[in-house]
Ligand binder design. Structure first.
Ligand SMILES: [Zn+2]
Length: 354
């Protein structure tokens, strides 16, 4: 027996086990702890709203989901909301004498800074930081926006106690009164977004258009008692709103990075004819299924029924009634973003279609 080789093998195995990513416990990004107690107005920043002649400041508009732009599908029908807010807006709890917010921003879990944008005019997010976290399902990202200042650098490893910036009101449509931290937790849609996207992009893969967010308040609340959070368990509980058939491409980027999304057998020898991507109403991909139908262009195969046209409930990615649901141009573009491989012949879906 080759003892040195045996020892080397054991060390390798132990190292692999040691390095295996674990579910993380996520903690609050500021000293505001009201998410765990009173919540509501004490935690979430309101928006100024005028609807049906009435002015209000609803804190609900600072939560995640379809919470903005109220409308009634019919007179007298319950109010619905057509605009998606992809994160949560956390209220400051410290201000100086002139009302400037002072709250320190800390990572919600240990990770590595992968993007730090210090020029407010470069994004609607204003100054923002993105941190990568390694979990069993792959790498997920937390994003901290509207900062007054950034105090971390790309490539830096950060722990929970590291101050990565100060809460502020940089970005579009904000003022001192409504200063808040906009927090997102997201998957990256495509690691080749820079090639896919032909518009101006100062943020590479960490452009908000390339991050599909889920509810940070759910994540933080689930960890309240020090419990770790399982991304795959959480995704399994999300509600499918629509499903899109797409061509089966080799090495679909998001599946390569997040194999947990695949709902077929991983040991299949043959590639399925096509795939089906299940999305929540907000556009979070929660499952990718093998299918046998022939598909050359993405199309909607199912869509949950709603009391209004689908544009209003799907971030304008699906239109018409559920029975006649089809992708809008922006929906087709969104789905194409998942399929882009950059390699000629790998996808029949053209770059930047339409
Ligand atoms: Zn926000």
């Amino acid at each position: 027996m080759n003892i040195p080789r045996l020892i080397a093998g054991i060390v390798t195995l132990l190292t692999a086990a040691w390095a295996h990513p674990q579910d993380l416990v996520y903690t609050l990004p500021t000293d505001n702890t009201a998410l765990y107690t009173t919540g509501g107005d004490d935690y979430f920043m309101y928006v100024d709203r005028q609807f049906e002649g009435i002015k209000s400041k609803p804190w609900q508009a600072g939560t995640y989901g379809m919470v903005r732009n109220p409308f009634r599908p019919q007179p007298g029908a319950p109010v619905m909301f057509s605009r998606f807010h992809e994160g949560i807006d956390v209220k400051p709890i410290y201000r100086d004498a002139s009302g400037e917010p002072l709250d320190a921003i800390r990572p919600i879990a240990p990770g590595m800074v992968v993007h730090a944008s210090s020029t407010p005019s470069h994004s609607n997010y204003g100054r923002y930081v993105v941190i990568a976290h390694s979990v069993p399902e792959g790498t997920i990202y937390s994003l901290y926006a509207h900062l007054a200042s950034v105090s971390c650098e790309v490539g830096q490893k950060v722990g929970r106690q590291h101050e990565i910036g100060r809460l502020g009101y940089s970005g579009v449509g904000l003022n001192k009164t409504r200063a808040h931290l906009h927090l997102e937790i997201a998957l990256m849609i495509n690691s080749r977004f820079e090639e896919f996207y032909t518009g101006e992009n100062k943020h590479g893969n960490f452009n908000g258009m390339n991050l599909a967010g889920f509810n940070p308040a759910d994540v933080l609340r689930a960890c309240r008692n020090g419990r770790a959070f399982s991304v795959s368990n959480y995704f399994a509980r999300q509600k499918e709103h629509y499903r899109v058939a797409v061509p089966c491409i080799k090495a679909m980027d998001i599946l390569r990075r997040h194999p947990f999304l695949y709902k077929g057998s991983r040991t299949e020898r043959t590639r399925p004819e096509s795939l089906e991507i299940a999305f929540t109403a907000e556009g979070l991909p929660i499952g990718i299924y093998p299918a046998s139908r022939q598909v050359t262009q993405p199309f909607v195969i199912s869509c949950r029924s709603m009391p209004t046209v689908q544009q209003n409930c799907t971030v304008n990615r699906v239109k018409n009634s559920s029975a006649e649901a089809v992708l809008t141009l922006s929906g087709l573009r969104y789905v194409t973003q998942y399929l882009w491989t950059g390699a000629p012949g790998e996808t029949s879906v053209a770059k930047n279609t339409p």
